[in-house]
Design a protein around this ligand. Structure first.
Ligand code: PLP
Length: 493
């Protein structure tokens, strides 16, 4: 049985957890990360030889066995392959260079949102567990430490002080909020436990934030393309969308946003600054800083959806816009759904100057997040090895991304454009103009393959020839076959 610790030891362990995990990143992992970054950024191209073990060991000042271990790791992650008697090469995962999608600017317009019917019809059809889940919004359950979480749940509930069922209601379990605050601190953005409100998943937090700062008929700046649930929230609250184009790698077009803010009475923004769903785009720190300054100038709040923040492939966690906000205008929403505990429905918001109204609205709507689920996650964060799990999860997702990109290159028409995100688990594809993604969706579904068609990500039904594919599941022969089938259907349209 896992040893339990006295209060003093527990406190020390808890404070050590994230940094200790960092220290534990071995030399070869660090070196592998540097080579992976060179591959991702294109410095080392597909087919190119990576430095020989002797050369790398001399140049980087690491031992030959460190280089070997790093290369084995990169091989496991699908980034390089060994060729007999020739050394290691960057995998030819993209035999031809696939271009990046282009998101066109469009004339300013404010739009009533009416997407729910379409979204529900797509979502209900992709729930069948026998379908190849390229349309899913979730990663494979086997990538999560569910048995270990169950042990945390059992232990935490058994050890729970009966008073916790009331005490841990909104704003939420103090132990959990402390663990979340610690992760913010290690990420370089210290904040107070008191700023955090625990919610039923990030989606509830996002809803509450939007309700706190808007009323029916108000204008809200959203991304184009946007996460479809954001569009549904606007529709439900009778808000009008002002679509801001998103660059597939760099995130929202700040120039367009600045112009719209100048001209229109925008009441709030709802953006994702890291691994945007569906494009996978991430803003640079400079851009995040500039966005925070723009918000401050107009005193417009930002609802920042950062649910994929932990799923980064680079060496370091990306910062949120909130890290650059000195006015309390950013409501930063996070979740354990994508990184640890799908189905537990535990998320949170660091609410800035809006914390109190958010907390009150939460009390008036759902009262509280589940107390046992909060206790389980708090226990896991303290004792379960979250950072170790996250490292494994990121590696799995990265190698699955390579497998899917390779399959796109092999099976899809040459004009296909595709993103190559540095985190998360979605690819966004722009197909030849004549392809109707909704028709493709129907035809693919008839063959047992789901996908997320472009129009569900737009208030104005744009992105007709685009789709989002999920690479959050272990790559198998079935996945490869499904990609070949999709390629055949696309060519037949
Ligand atoms: C971009 C984005 N935001 C929010 C959510 C909702 O997160 P949660 O499950 O924590 O409510 C999702 C889930 O699909 C998502 O993709």
């Amino acid at each position: 049985m896992r040893p339990r610790h006295g209060a003093a030891t527990a406190q020390r362990l808890e404070w050590q957890l994230p940094s200790r995990a960092q220290d534990k990143m071995k030399r070869y992992e660090k070196f592998a990360g540097e080579i992976a970054e060179l591959i991702r950024s294109g410095v080392l191209a597909p087919g190119q030889k990576v430095p020989s073990v002797r050369h790398a060991s001399r140049t980087y000042g690491v031992s030959a066995s460190t280089v070997f271990q790093a290369y084995y790791l990169l091989e496991d992650r699908g980034l390089i392959v060994a060729r007999a008697r020739s050394g290691y090469f960057v995998r030819e995962h993209v035999r031809r260079a696939l271009a990046e999608p282009e998101i066109a600017r469009q004339e300013a317009q404010t739009t009533e949102v009416d997407v729910s019917e379409l979204v529900f019809s797509v979502l209900s059809s992709i729930k069948d567990p026998d379908t190849v889940p390229f349309g899913s919004a979730f990663a494979a359950p086997e990538l999560f430490p569910l048995p270990r979480l169950a042990r945390s749940m059992a232990h935490a509930v058994r050890a729970m002080d009966p008073r916790a069922v009331v005490a841990d209601m909104t704003p939420g379990s103090h132990a959990l909020r402390r663990q979340i605050a610690l992760r913010y601190m290690v990420g370089g953005m210290p904040l107070s436990v008191d700023e955090l409100v625990v919610s039923n998943g990030a989606l509830e937090a996002l809803n509450l934030c939007l309700q706190v700062v808007t009323g029916p008929g108000d204008l809200v700046a959203i991304e184009a393309p946007a996460f479809y649930a954001a569009l549904q929230v606007l529709e439900r609250l009778k808000l009008k969308a002002v679509e801001i184009p998103v660059h597939p790698r760099e995130g929202i077009d700040l120039e367009v946003l600045a112009e719209r803010m100048q001209r229109l009475p925008i009441k709030a923004c709802w953006f994702m600054s890291n691994f945007q769903n569906p494009l996978g785009a991430s803003m640079s720190d400079d851009k995040k800083r500039a966005l925070a300054a723009l918000l401050a100038r107009h005193q417009v709040p930002l609802i920042e959806d950062d649910v994929y923040a932990e799923l980064y492939f680079a060496q370091q966690a990306p910062k949120p816009v909130k890290a650059f906000d000195s006015e309390g205008l950013v409501m930063h929403c996070g979740s354990f759904s994508k990184s640890l505990a799908p189905g537990y429905r535990v998320g949170w918001v660091a609410g800035g100057r809006f914390r109190e109204p958010i907390e009150r609205l939460k009390l008036m709507t759902s009262l509280s997040a589940s107390v046992p689920a909060q206790a389980a996650i708090a226990d896991y964060l303290q004792h379960g090895g979250y950072d170790r799990h996250l490292r494994k999860l990121r590696h799995a997702l990265e190698s699955q991304q390579h497998a899917m990109l390779a399959a796109v290159a092999r099976h899809f028409p040459e004009q296909t454009r595709v993103t190559r995100p540095s985190g998360g688990y979605f690819l966004w594809l722009e197909l030849p103009e004549n392809v109707d993604a909704l028709r493709l969706f129907q035809l693919a579904l008839a063959q047992g393959i789901s996908l997320a068609p472009g129009p569900i990500f737009s208030a104005t039904r744009r992105f007709r020839h685009c789709l989002r594919l999920n690479y959050g599941h272990p790559w198998t022969a079935r996945s490869e076959q499904a990609m070949a089938t999709l390629g055949r259907i696309i060519r037949s349209l």
